[in-house]
Write a protein that binds this ligand. Structure first.
Ligand code: SF4
Length: 186
């Protein structure tokens, strides 16, 4: 894809998100951003409506931590029906994770929220990434480098989701814990 075509993909996406009555071809959620940075094949399966078993222990634990930590200091908002984010009393956007093992996907998810607020709604925010079980917090800012990383991510997600077939299997250290394993490896 040429640089011009890449710029077009991004501009079309932002323009569609700015107009509530216009449907973007791909609706990007925070979870999709996470999946993109964990495994593009996993993102493709998810984009085809293959859902995961949410009764699984890890998922339950993740939900529990997310729902109960910082409860008294944050409020949840939903934007355009698919961006669900939490705002702290300070005004910062907060993302809570169980573990920092997959730190980059978590940071990119939060940066996507900051980028979306800024590009689509003209709202400037900073973020806080928190791992309460590890007593760890990180302040996250949408600087120029982060903006470019999010723009690349948005283009990349659209590219993966619009493919007719999933990206080739590329086994990873965490494949054994992946809930798509059974359909991925057959
Ligand atoms: S099993 Fe591995 S390669 Fe397949 S979707 Fe899951 S993480 Fe990706």
């Amino acid at each position: 894809m040429s640089e011009e075509e890449e710029a077009d993909v991004l501009e079309r996406y932002i323009a569609a998100e700015r107009e509530p009555h216009r449907d973007p071809r791909v609706r990007i959620t925070g979870l999709m951003v996470q999946y993109y940075h964990v495994c593009k094949r996993e993102l493709w399966f998810m984009s085809r409506g293959l859902d995961i078993d949410r009764e699984t222990t890890n998922i339950q634990r993740g939900t529990h931590v997310d729902e109960t930590s910082y409860d008294d200091r944050r409020r949840s908002y939903q934007i355009n029906g698919r961006i669900q984010l939490d705002l702290l009393d300070s005004g910062d956007v907060m993302e809570v994770k169980v573990s920092s093992t997959l730190e980059k996907p978590a940071r990119m998810q939060l940066l996507y929220y900051l980028w979306y607020l800024d590009e689509v709604l003209d709202i400037e925010k900073d973020g806080v990434l928190a791992y309460p079980t590890e007593r760890k917090r990180e302040e996250v800012e949408l600087d120029q480098e982060a903006r470019e990383a999010v723009a690349d991510t948005v283009r990349g997600i659209i590219d993966v989701v619009e493919r007719d077939a999933p990206p080739a299997l590329d086994k990873k250290p965490y494949c054994d814990a992946c809930l798509y394993q059974d359909i991925c490896w057959v």
